[in-house]
Design a protein around this ligand. Sequence first.
Ligand SMILES: Nc1ncnc2c1ncn2[C@@H]1O[C@H](COP(=O)(O)OP(=O)(O)OP(=O)(O)O)[C@@H](O)[C@H]1O
Ligand SMILES: [Mg+2]
Length: 291
Amino acid sequence: MLEIRNLHKRFGDTVALDGVTLTVEPGQMFGFVGANGAGKTTTMRIAMGLLESDAGEVTLDGGKIGFDQRVRIGYMPEERGLYPKMKIGEQITYFGELHGMTPAVARRATDEWLTRLGLSERAGDFVQDLSLGNQQRVQLAVSLVHEPKVLILDEPFSGLDPIAVDTMAAVLVERARAGVPVIFSSHQLDLVERLCDSVGIISAGQMVAAGTVKELRQKGNRKLRVVLEGADPSWADRLPGEVVNVADGEWVIDSTDDDQKLLAAAMNAGRVVRFGFDEPSLVDVFREAVA
Ligand SMILES: Nc1ncnc2c1ncn2[C@@H]1O[C@H](COP(=O)(O)OP(=O)(O)OP(=O)(O)O)[C@@H](O)[C@H]1O
Ligand SMILES: [Mg+2]
């Protein structure tokens, strides 16, 4: 289990982290989301031990993370970290060896990952000659080759085509199901919603919401969707609540007031085709949380 407790970090006058706490359980896929500059990369760098926090701690299975634990983490840095002039097969093997694998075992693992990620044909190519998405696949192979106990991935999905997204997602889900705690940051909330058991939203260095996707959506602000036939648009002018969208006989209303009163008004205005609450999407929850 990866535990991050009450991290604080300043860069000069900038407060990057202001008490960040989160936990990733074994087998859990944790989606780390937040606006640009919110503190995701800083948190992950501190977790990986690449940056010192001013306060707070990071533990793995209850123990402080030192060198021994760090070599068991699979990490994908935001700035990426491949050697452009090294062949991709050699590079993956090299990183495996850096993490303590024997050359033979590292080579075997490299072959497996190259096949799995559809890169076998490219094993002898230089990293700099690969497209961005293929470089990212190599980056994934590098972070996985040593069979890490924990995965910390900073925006692993950025820049990938839909097929590569599926490949990346399948690998991460498989690792999580094998019992590995996986944390990744992403701005692609549809993916986070689809993949993650748990989501944390960070804003200005503070965790402003956390929980399962379902919990977050249930806590979010539901909106009423009313579809009417034959209604004069002015029916909505005097409603308790704010009309946030209207198009083609469909009204979306933000109201915490009496829904029965709204229903009566709708029935008065025309034929009610649909009347119900929309659960907020993760995007809606995100907008509210960081507003
Ligand atoms: N080395 C640094 N020196 C100075 N300020 C920094 C440094 N690293 C990060 N910061 C600042 O810390 C804050 C958090 O940045 P961080 O990179 O963690 O955000 P992020 O959530 O990863 O954003 P993004 O979604 O854009 O990747 C920002 O205000 C950033 O400018
Ligand atoms: Mg970042």
